[in-house]
Design a protein. Structure first.
Ligand code: BG6
Length: 509
């Protein structure tokens, strides 16, 4: 693994949850695996007044809870914490960016980081346009004299197509496209990258990934948690913006793309963009029947009363924000013409699971009795999380008289590989940015194409009173209407586990 050049990592939004739970634990794991440069510092920046020591203390706690930290690592963690410092920065006060400049110059001189800096925007999205502008105004964007400056922007990148275009305009005033790293942490997951390896390193799967052999594709990414303490953010986002526009469409891109000519960042991203550009746009009529939205209502899950979405902190008691989305759509190109893609995501479902299921077409002729009933037996299931792995379902003869067929599993679990350490998505992506590899970051055209697909649904849900939002009891698999998306007899969504709630009512909200 390549070691990055010496640099400083500035995290804006350093007092926030993402820094505490994901970013600093990931940087710590990079430290442990010796993947940080020799000369390196993290500067936390946010509005909150914090001393260096308080910041380090908080981050130590985060590392212990969320990194690959082991009990006997006190010395390693303390060593790592020496690289951390903190500076209060108020984005309402442009003078603070002059202070930041002085501070960075001093840090750079003391450490010898050659003027190289990564800025990580982990703030509320409303600041994504403001911070790069303020950095630019004081010259902190300049990649000059052989030094570099990079900018990582957290999702959501924009609120809809128009705002994404505007945000991009603001960023590009001071940062060039090759300095901007738009993160979608799903692309950093080992198992998401394994989609590419499964498809393009095996001669047996790729020839089958098309309309001739695939009946339909199902992508599920659901969670048992609710919205936690993120009511404010979630109310203005909803599941379509939070999960579909980015994570689920990225998974779709990797499943549906053509083989890239090389594993070069542009070659790969060109193919993903082509998929997004081939997504068949929804017209108004189709939205009603092909896009289902739901919102969780209160129910008892494993014996505990769980609040409904409208009772959560920061949520409007009459909210129409969706916490569940299921879509049926098509990719209009030669490879996938006519193959339906079904995707769903939701909060407060029975379990946390992300998986892709490729359902293959049945055989053209049923040679064995009972085969017909079993006609969807071939499925390739790429389990993204948890219990990461790959499952292949095939029909086999039941031993004994006659020719009865049973579906059996060929099952691979990453956990079966001894000593396998799966780096977290943030670990992978932060390191990629450090070494200047943007392959697993989103390019501007992909972000815009994804918004273009999602925008008509957002608009219809906002403006058309006649489109229902269904209430589903927490702990269930979402609105029953999502089943109707799959019209074919005998075919349903794959349910990795049962409903957990048997109280609460399904209703229209
Ligand atoms: C984030 C969303 O991008 O992804 C969250 O904002 C969601 O709402 C999370 O919970 C899911 O990520 P993961 O890696 O836990 O599947």
């Amino acid at each position: 693994m390549k070691k990055p050049e010496n640099h400083i990592l500035v995290i804006f939004g350093a007092s926030g949850d993402l820094t505490y739970r994901k970013l600093i634990p990931a940087v710590y794991d990079l430290h442990k695996t010796n993947l940080l440069p020799d000369k390196f510092a993290v500067l936390g920046a946010s509005r909150t007044e914090l001393s260096d020591d308080k910041f380090r203390e908080k981050m130590k706690d985060g590392i212990k809870k969320f990194s690959n930290y082991k009990e006997d690592e006190e010395k390693i963690i303390n060593e790592f914490l020496k690289h951390l410092s903190y500076l209060p920065v108020d984005t309402d006060n442009s003078e603070d960016f002059n202070k930041l400049k002085d501070h960075l110059e001093k840090l750079d001189k003391d450490l010898g980081t050659n003027g190289n800096v990564i800025y990580y925007l982990s703030t509320p999205p409303s600041l994504y346009g403001i911070i790069p502008t303020l950095l630019g105004k004081v010259g902190l964007n300049n990649s000059s004299n052989g030094s570099w400056k990079k900018l990582i922007v957290e999702k959501p990148f924009g609120y809809d197509l128009q705002s994404a275009i505007e945000l991009n305009k603001k960023l590009s005033k001071y940062f060039k496209e090759d300095q901007i790293y738009r993160i979608d942490h799903y692309l950093g997951k080992e198992t998401v990258q394994n989609i590419l390896v499964t498809r393009f390193s095996n001669g047996i799967f790729e020839p089958l990934f098309n309309r001739n052999y695939v009946h339909h594709v199902e992508i599920t990414s659901v969670e048992n948690d609710g919205i936690e303490n993120r009511g404010g953010y979630y109310e203005s986002s909803g599941a379509l913006r939070d999960m579909v526009q980015n994570h689920l469409l990225q998974l779709t891109g990797l499943i549906a793309m053509e083989p890239p000519s090389s594993f070069d960042s542009n070659a790969l991203r060109n193919e993903i963009v082509k998929v997004f550009q081939s997504l068949r746009p929804f017209n108004e009529k189709e939205i009603l029947s092909n896009a289902i939205r739901g919102q969780y209502t209160s129910a008892t899950v494993r014996g505990e009363k769980v609040a409904g979405y409208r009772d959560e902190k920061g949520v409007n008691p009459k909210s129409k924000t969706e916490t569940y989305v299921a879509l049926k759509f098509f990719i209009d190109n030669w490879r996938w013409g006519g193959v339906p893609f079904y995707i769903r995501t939701g909060k407060r479902l029975p379990t946390k699971v992300t998986e892709v299921v490729i359902h293959f077409k049945p055989t053209p002729h049923f040679l064995f009795s009972k085969q017909q009933a079993n006609n969807s037996c071939n499925q390739l299931i790429l389990r993204i999380q948890p219990d990461e792995g790959v499952l292949f379902k095939v029909g086999m003869k039941v031993p004994g008289q006659g020719f009865d067929i049973q579906t059996v599993n060929m099952d691979f679990h990453y956990s079966d590989l001894s000593n396998t350490y799966l780096p977290t998505a943030y670990e992978r992506l932060i390191h990629d940015c450090m070494i200047g590899d943007s392959t697993l970051y989103q390019r501007v055209d992909a972000v815009e194409a994804a918004w273009k697909f999602v925008d008509p649904i957002l608009n219809a849900w906002k403006n058309d009173e006649n489109i229902p939002i269904y209430g589903y009891p927490a702990g269930t698999w979402g609105p029953e209407h999502a089943d109707d998306l799959i019209e074919e007899k005998g075919i349903t969504w794959r349910y990795p586990c049962k409903n957990l709630a048997n109280d609460g009512i399904y209703c229209e909200l």
